[in-house]
Write a new protein. Structure first.
Ligand SMILES: [Zn+2]
Length: 256
């Protein structure tokens, strides 16, 4: 761990609405927790949650004869976009009894299990690490799930992290690691490779027959962890945990 750690602010698109009594509870002075949520609508983009849900609530939205009070400080979208909604120094109506001392992040999800896309997860880590850095927090103990505040009987939120506690633990650790990673790479973009034609993959960084552990299909996109410089053809270690040729005959690299 380095003493002069810095975490750059990720790109955040400002969507701050008019502040009304329906979307905030006034000024807020301390931040000791970051609280994670899911939007509860698999496949719906966070930007649509802002436009079609939060912005309606902001104007005064009546459901079952009562006004709804709901909002969030930040939202993460399926394509990796991050949005700011309620300013950090105002109370957002997102985490019940923890609203006054926390920042809330709503994350869009996809699939039957309400998981996150790879792009979104990366942005969630960047946002989490930056917020933790800004407020002097440790993601491993200062990040909470909404359910940690309200209990399972009240609400399962965010569903994927409540139902997959090891993924939740990994997320907190990924945020922590991002904060403390080498200063030379904090803004490095994630590199991906696209498989141009079917090719063997290996469980060791060599092309020997006995290291073959499967095949990558044409068109597949894989996240590059690192490049392995070899005396012959270089290889990539990919996030899935195996090695693949770096030959441009078989793979092309792109970043985003
Ligand atoms: Zn929630």
């Amino acid at each position: 761990m380095r003493d002069n750690m810095t975490v750059n602010k990720p790109k955040i698109i400002n969507k701050t609405p008019k502040l009304t009594r329906f979307n905030n509870g006034g000024k807020r002075a301390k931040t000791t927790k970051i609280i994670w949520h899911y939007t509860g609508k698999a496949g719906v983009k966070a930007i649509d949650t802002i436009n079609n849900w939060f912005n309606e609530i902001t104007k005064g939205y009546i459901q079952n004869g009562k006004y709804l009070y709901a909002s969030s400080h930040y939202l993460a979208d399926l394509d990796g976009s991050l949005y700011s909604y309620i300013p950090e120094n105002y109370i957002a109506y997102t985490s019940n009894s923890a609203n006054s001392y926390s920042i809330g992040v709503e994350c869009a999800t996809t699939g039957k299990d309400d998981h996150y896309t790879e792009e979104e997860y990366k942005s969630m880590v960047e946002l989490g690490a930056w917020l933790a850095y800004k407020y002097g927090l440790d993601p491993r103990k200062d990040f909470l799930r909404h359910t940690d505040i309200v209990g399972k009987a009240y609400k399962i939120c965010p569903r994927y992290f409540v139902e997959h506690p090891t993924e939740w633990k990994k997320f907190k650790q990924d945020c922590y690691d991002y904060m403390h990673k080498d200063k030379n790479t904090p803004t490095a973009k994630t590199q991906y490779l696209r498989v141009l034609q079917e090719v063997n993959v290996h469980d060791k960084p060599n092309f020997n027959k006995d290291s073959i552990c499967g095949k990558a299909e044409k068109g597949e996109a894989l996240t590059i962890v690192k490049k392995i410089e070899r005396t012959g053809t270089d290889m990539y270690l990919v996030k899935a945990g195996y090695y693949i040729t770096a030959s441009t005959k078989y793979v092309e690299v792109f970043e985003r």
